[in-house]
Each structure stands twice: as structure tokens, then as C-alpha cells.
Design a protein around this ligand. Structure first.
Ligand code: NAD
Length: 248
């Protein structure tokens, strides 16, 4: 393992345009479970809470669970050492951008500036009627569905529900970044969510070296990963960082 960590550090050291692509696994050490697998959120909660039409017609049922899960619970989580390493790498120019599937804002809280939120975010709400945006901190979230301060109609968190398309410009910019990358780091994602899972393949097709960190093998491990570092993101990233710091 030591040897591949050194190899990964050397690849980052040589990189011209490195990008990180993250999923729910990077936030597990911050106390946020992933959706799937053992202990995953969907073993305790019904995924239908994120069904768009159901939210539209039965928001009084979906909203209290969405609030508890994505605002009361996610809202209290803090960035971990994996988020912090990536933020530090951006400030040193080691990586250019973080493309994240997460909606928990932890990359930004750790200090990352160039973050593409492929599935949207939980910092703001969008009105399902007039389309205006309202930041979460301008609202007092209660157990009754939130309403738009401009038109009084139903607000929806600004992350994508099942059946919604990828927000722009994050969607196209993510592909552009993947195409430009010569090193593409994949952290804590199973690769089971389409179209997000196409992004690392796009990077590979355009010649990027794929470095993957995951506690388990993923869809990427045996298909495109050049280096697979098996373990926790919050342990492996600081180890790479330690070696990289000695090279800088
Ligand atoms: P996923 O749930 O499908 O997979 C999570 C992956 O993380 C798994 O492959 C698992 O082995 C790995 N993992 C678990 N702990 C890890 C650790 N400590 N270090 C490294 N890897 C670890 O997640 P996904 O691929 O991101 O897709 C699920 C979708 O749900 C995405 O859109 C995701 O962003 C969203 N989601 C977001 C959050 C969040 O914002 N924190 C939480 C749950 C789900």
C-alpha cells in the first residue's frame, strides 16, 4: 500500500491539470451515511421522498422527512480531513476543480472555491412556480412545506430529485473539466448513478490517469482505475498529502 500511495503522490506532483470527483463516501467520516449499502440512508428512509411529482402533490408528507434528513441532520455535519486536503490542494494549484455529486456543502466549508455541484445543493431553495431562488438562511424551516417569499407557492430544495435533469452550467462544465484533466481523482463513489458515473469515463477516454480511493471496489475499479487505493478517504488523502508536501 505504501508503494502505491507514493506512486499516487508522484502522479499528483507531475500533474498539469488534476481534477477531483467525489461522492457520498467522502462525507461518511463527517457522519453522513451514503444512500445505499449497509447503514445507507435508504435502508431507513423511503427514496420516494425525493420523487418530484410526489413532492409536488404530497409535499406535506415528503417535506418533514426531507427537512430532518437534509437540513437538520446534514446541516450539523462538519468537513473531515479528506475535504480539507482537497481544499488545500486547490489553494496550492495541485487540483483545479472539485466535481461533487454531494449536496452537503462540505467541500465549500473546508475552503474549496472551485466546486461544481453536479446534483445541486442544499444551500438554497427554488420556487416550483415562479422559479426564484431563496437561500436557506433566509427561511425558517418548519414541518410544514416551505413557501416562496415572492409568490407564496411551494419551494423545493435546489438539489435534484428523481426525474430532474442535471443543473447547468455544472453539468457541461464537469464534462469540460474531465476532458481537460490529465489526472482524475475519484473519491467515495460507487459509480452507480447515471449520468454522473460517465464523467470519469470521459476523463479516461481523453487520456487522464484515474486514481481511485474507496473502501470498496466500485464500477470504476476494474474498468478504468489506474491506481486503486482501498481505504477511507479521510486517512488516505492525508497520507498522499504528507508525501506530496515533501516533494513541493
Ligand atoms: P453511493 O452511496 O452510491 O456510494 C458511496 C461510496 O462511498 C461506496 O462506493 C462506498 O464504498 C464508498 N465509501 C464509504 N465510506 C467511504 C470512506 N470513508 N472513504 C472512501 N469511500 C467510502 O454514493 P454516490 O456514488 O455518491 O451516489 C449516491 C448519490 O446520492 C449521489 O448523488 C450522492 O451525492 C448522493 N448522496 C449525497 C450525500 C451527501 O451529500 N453527503 C449523502 C448520501 C447520498
Amino acid at each position: 500500500m505504501k508503494e502505491i500511495i507514493h506512486k499516487a503522490a508522484e502522479i499528483f506532483h507531475q500533474a498539469n491539470y488534476a481534477i477531483a470527483f467525489t461522492g457520498a463516501g467522502i462525507s461518511v467520516e463527517s457522519g453522513i451515511p451514503p444512500f445505499r449499502g449497509e447503514g445507507g440512508l435508504w435502508s431507513d428512509y423511503d427514496p420516494m421522498i425525493l420523487d418530484l411529482s410526489r413532492y409536488h402533490y404530497a409535499s406535506h408528507e415528503s417535506w418533514p422527512v426531507i427537512k430532518r434528513l437534509f437540513f437538520d441532520f446534514f446541516g450539523s455535519a462538519k468537513p473531515n480531513s479528506a475535504h480539507q486536503v482537497l481544499a488545500g490542494w486547490e489553494s496550492k494549484g495541485i487540483i483545479k476543480t472539485v466535481i461533487t455529486q454531494n449536496i452537503d456543502n462540505l467541500h465549500q466549508e473546508a475552503g474549496s472555491k472551485n466546486v461544481l455541484e453536479y446534483h445541486g445543493n442544499s444551500r438554497q431553495f427554488v420556487c416550483m412556480s415562479c422559479g426564484k431562488i431563496t437561500p436557506v438562511n433566509a427561511l425558517k424551516l418548519k414541518n410544514t412545506p416551505p413557501t416562496c417569499p415572492f409568490c407564496g407557492k411551494l419551494l423545493k430544495p435546489d438539489f435534484i430529485f428523481f426525474g430532474e435533469s442535471i443543473p447547468e452550467p455544472a453539468g457541461s462544465r464537469s464534462i469540460e473539466e474531465a476532458i481537460q484533466a490529465d489526472v482524475f481523482l475519484v473519491v467515495g463513489t460507487s459509480g452507480e448513478i447515471i449520468p454522473a458515473s460517465y464523467i470519469p469515463y470521459e476523463a479516461k477516454k481523453n487520456g487522464a490517469k484515474i486514481i481511485e480511493i474507496n473502501t470498496e471496489e466500485s464500477q470504476f475499479t476494474h474498468s478504468i482505475s489506474d491506481i486503486f487505493l482501498q481505504g477511507k478517504a479521510g486517512e488516505i488523502l492525508p497520507e498522499i498529502n504528507h508525501i506530496l508536501n515533501q516533494k513541493l
